[in-house]
Design a binder for this molecule. Structure first.
Ligand code: SF4
Length: 938
């Protein structure tokens, strides 16, 4: 065998710095545990420690090498909280120092399989953050004045709980809102909010993924794609955001796996992302034209008979479409094919190429690759085009059309509805659905919106449509992440609009600065959560557990509440909401307390162990697996951190069911899909019923930033603000020094030819003018963005004001904010990132200064009239910065943003729909009320 060791490796081996690299050569399978080599020596870091040694794992201290100092660890699994994927982590607790030393991947997690992205191990930075919030804090001055005092948990709980109790007694249910940024814990908050009887769930979905979700949902009642990349032959990604940026190390692994087996990859993105750089086809389409490309691919698949007739004929509601076209005849399938050929005849490759700004020749080539892959065609869209453009939801609808055409829905190597992957826990007690309808979340104008209209909340309050008496923000930073953050600041500073703002957060943020209470909640290793996501073709659960609590348990020490084991008094939401519910309803008269009582010990509070015991005892197969090791289901999860519930989840629509529960297909009653027709809905009666006749089938909507409307001579460009560097988290990487060391500026990407025309070079300052203001940033001149488009990643440009507590100093600039005239704000940087003294010596070694520029705050609201998605892309004008302009300068006029909100409102077609409905009954809501609440009673 060829010796591939480098000179340095050979030298390191011979000096004994590293182990022999070929030491596993000839090792027999009996020396392995579950495919992992058994390790016995503390210097051997080549693989994962075997679980039988997790309680007492010895390895050399890496910081002491070449001295061989042994360290003994207790290894405890948990899951990462730095994106939704919830990859498995192993926390190494230093037994001598009684604290977590590091995080690595958990090989027993079915999705992440021992791997993490950079953000997983950086959890250690977050828990050791020198600026973290350790105790409950209360604002003593005016909101935003920065006057904070430490309070006890008891005082905070009593104050908040009694206030909520009063609101409920006075029947002002819609004035209590829980607004979630980073979610977690399957079903937990729904149980809490139903227990309180309120329509109080608000989310960040419509600044995130509502567009893509709506496009999928209208097809088949599930709102996320779940591609089986590992078994795919052709993979098409609309965006790189998911794979190279935000989500899913588990996805990336499987895309690479497929590529190694010969699969081809096509990436559609105006920017050469990490994923696009590894693709076989990179199509840098003009933002907003993607649907035209997909319909062109569809046309070729139909014209060249590359479609899957059996799937189309049986599983698509083509008869409904034909009935609309020709109600008097019973159509043949062949007539349907002829009709859609006619429907999409204008989408020739030449038309799509001209529209998208790409080569025409490549379109038939890709269409034939998709046809060849057939049921093994996997595709994905998350943010990207679907979140950037007016009508962006049609892009994911048109993308899914390709999966439908080749029958790659729910197949091995195809794309599955995400619900098939998702584990739904059962609880020891399930409160009934609430009976409210909160019009601040679901206003009449947006009856089809894919979840709550959180992006227009400040304007709805400004219009006097309601108020919030108690407003929880949970790991949620709208002042910084949402468009027009100044309108959020205005809202949060107005006590008449928001009576009490409670920020549940692990770290200070621009939004937490404007809270009345800041209540510290744990990072990944400091809290309980249950996770289950659509990472691959399987169903799994994972247990995010507070590591030090479990460590103390292993040492035989009882911990009653998690904060006793955490640093300072950092708590977690599970226990917080149990405790708070008791304060809301101390004597049980509101009917709330009973849902938060122990199922076993009468009159006592529910404990987290009781809560999870019930859930895990009811996971199919888990108790049996646990018994093999003489463990309870809960202890198994505490030991391994994850469990694979189903190894395969394909073809569930084919499942045979009774007549009342299914649809007759291929001679049997089958489960089908959760749509009105129980089939894939090429034709949407829902769109017709709700007054959108022109969008009953997949189509192409021209974006609000449609490129032909731009005047380049005037410096007009499309700004793509939706991408993110893979090492960043929306607004929670500021406390992770390793991540900030890697990424600490967000220049505007501009193509070489555009830069030449404007006479600008890398690092020149430009002013980027939006419809409500501007920001000043440096540029990066690059070939990695298509001409006519500029892009700026959205995760940097954090700030604090002088009065705010020191926070996230690895990345937060100190700024001066002034309201020059009513609603007109300027932001100027007073101090850039500086070195500082702290318990962490690295804070004296900071070498970067800029910290990035906050762009989102300069964007107006653009709520899509159908999906409700905020349409992120901006038509901007760029110019060289003037002598008065400095890096990071911002100007915003909130009067203009309110006007734009009103303009976009005129595009809507408000409820009621058929039967006096507020919203179609079959469309989901995260916290669904009773059916009667869907109907107007006015
Ligand atoms: S992909 Fe990265 S950030 Fe997301 S859960 Fe996995 S390790 Fe954490």
């Amino acid at each position: 065998m060829e010796d591939k060791r480098s000179f340095i490796e050979k030298a390191a081996e011979s000096l004994g710095f590293i182990k022999k690299l070929d030491r596993y050569k000839g090792v027999s399978q009996t020396d392995f545990t579950d495919g992992i080599p058994k390790l016995t020596e503390p210097g051997d870091l080549a693989n994962f420690p075997p679980p039988e040694q997790w309680d007492n794992w010895v390895e050399y201290d890496a910081t002491e090498l070449p001295k061989r100092i042994k360290k003994t660890y207790s290894i405890i699994p948990t899951t990462c909280f730095n994106c939704e994927a919830a990859c498995g982590l192993l926390a190494y607790v230093d037994k001598e120092k009684q604290r977590i030393r590091k995080f690595e991947g958990n090989p027993y997690h079915p999705a992440s399989r021992g791997k993490t992205c950079a953000k997983g191990p950086a959890t250690i930075n977050q828990i050791n953050d020198t600026d973290r919030i350790l105790y409950p804090m209360k604002q003593t001055g005016k909101r935003g004045e920065g006057k904070w005092e430490r309070v006890s948990w008891d005082e905070a709980l009593e104050d908040i709980g009694s206030r909520i109790g009063k609101v409920l007694q006075e029947k002002r249910h819609n004035e209590i809102v829980y607004h979630v940024g980073r979610p977690g814990n399957e079903g937990y908050m729904n149980r809490v909010l139903n227990g309180w009887g309120i329509d109080g769930h608000n989310s960040h979905t419509n600044i995130c993924s509502a567009g893509a979700r709506f496009g999928y949902n209208i097809w088949h009642g599930s709102d996320r794609p779940s591609p089986d990349y590992a078994n795919a032959k052709f993979i098409l990604l609309m965006s790189a955001h998911l794979e190279s940026g935000h989500y899913f190390n588990p996805h990336s692994q499987r895309i690479i796996e497929a590529k190694l087996k010969g699969a081809k990859l096509c990436v559609i993105d105006p920017r050469l992302s990490n994923t696009a750089a590894r693709a076989d086809y990179w199509l840098p389409t003009f933002p907003g034209t993607e649907a035209a490309l997909f319909l062109s691919l569809a046309k070729i698949i139909i014209d060249e008979n590359l479609y899957n007739r059996e799937f189309l004929e049986n599983w698509v509601n083509w008869q409904d479409y034909m009935k609309q076209k020709n109600p008097d005849t019973t159509p043949e399938f062949s007539e349907f094919i002829a009709a859609i050929k006619d429907e999409y005849k204008s989408y020739t490759p030449e038309y799509a190429a001209a529209e998208c700004g790409i080569d025409a020749e490549v379109i038939p080539e890709i269409a034939r690759e998709i046809g060849k892959a057939g049921t093994q065609f996997a595709c994905h869209s998350w943010r990207s085009a679907a979140s950037g453009n007016l009508g962006g939801w049609q892009t994911s609808r048109c993308l899914h059309f390709l999966s439908v055409l080749v029958g790659a829905v729910g197949t091995e190597g195809g794309t599955l509805p995400n619900d098939w992957n998702k584990f739904k826990p059962t609880f020891h007690d399930t409160p009934p659905p609430h009976k409210q309808w909160n019009e601040l979340h679901y206003p009449d104008e947006y009856p089809l919106s894919h979840y709550e209209m959180s992006n227009i909340l400040p304007y709805l309050l400004k219009e006097g449509r309601g108020k919030l008496d108690v407003y929880f923000t949970r790991v949620f930073n709208p002042v910084w992440t949402y468009p027009d953050g100044f309108s959020w600041m205005e809202m949060l500073q107005d006590k008449d609009k928001v009576g009490l703002h409670v920020a549940l957060t692990p770290t200070w943020s621009e939004t937490a600065f404007l809270a009345d209470y800041v209540l510290p909640m744990g990072h990944a290793s400091e809290r309980h959560d249950l996770n289950s996501y659509e990472t691959h073709q399987a169903m799994w659960i994972a247990f995010r557990q507070p590591v030090m609590r479990e460590y103390l348990r292993r040492q035989g020490k009882e911990v009653k509440l998690t904060y006793e084991a955490n640093i300072g008094e950092v708590w977690e939401e599970d226990e917080f909401f149990i405790e708070l519910s008791w304060r809301i309803d101390p004597d049980g008269s509101l009917g709330i307390r009973k849902h938060f009582e122990s199922p076993d010990k009468q009159g006592e509070k529910l404990s987290v162990d009781e809560y999870y015991t019930h859930i895990f005892n009811n996971v199919p197969g888990l108790s049996e697996r646990a018994k093999q090791e003489n463990l309870s289901a809960l202890d198994y999860m505490k030991k391994y951190g994850a469990f694979e519930v189903n190894q395969t989840v394909i073809n569930q629509h084919m499942t045979e069911v009774t007549e009342d529960k299914g649809i007759k297909v291929l001679g049997k009653y089958r489960q089908g899909f959760p749509t009105p027709s129980r089939k894939q809905e090429f034709f949407s009666q829902t769109m017709m019923d709700w007054k959108w006749n022109e969008y009953t089938i997949p189509g192409y909507i021209k974006s609000h930033v449609y490129w032909r409307g731009l005047d380049k001579a005037k410096g007009e460009f499309i700004l793509v603000p939706t991408f993110r560097l893979p090492t960043m988290i929306h607004s929670r990487s500021g406390n992770a020094k390793w991540l900030v060391e890697i990424s600490n500026r967000n220049p505007v990407w501009i193509n070489t030819t555009d830069a030449d025309q404007l006479g600008i070079q890398t690092d020149d300052l430009v002013k980027v003018n939006t419809d409500i203001g501007y920001f000043v940033d440096k540029v990066w001149v690059t070939e990695s963005i298509r001409p006519g488009v500029i892009a700026c990643s959205h995760h940097l440009g954090r700030w604090r004001r002088d009065q705010d507590p020191p926070a996230n100093r690895w990345v937060m600039n100190t700024v001066n904010i002034q309201e020059k005239e009513p609603g007109k704000y300027t932001v100027n940087t007073v101090r850039q990132i500086e070195r500082y003294k702290s318990s962490d010596k690295d804070s004296e070694h900071i070498f970067w200064k800029e910290g990035g520029v906050h762009q989102n705050i300069t964007f107006p609201p653009h709520p899509d009239p159908i999906s409700g998605m905020h349409c992120w892309h901006q038509k901007v004008k760029i110019e060289k910065a003037g002598t008065d302009d400095s890096y990071g300068d911002i100007f915003v006029d909130t009067n203009k943003s309110f006007k734009i909100y009103k303009e976009w409102l005129t595009m809507t077609r408000p409820a009621p729909g058929p039967g006096n409905l507020r919203r179609p009954l079959w469309l989901n809501r995260p916290l669904k009320p009773v059916t009667e609440a869907f109907y107007y009673n006015k």
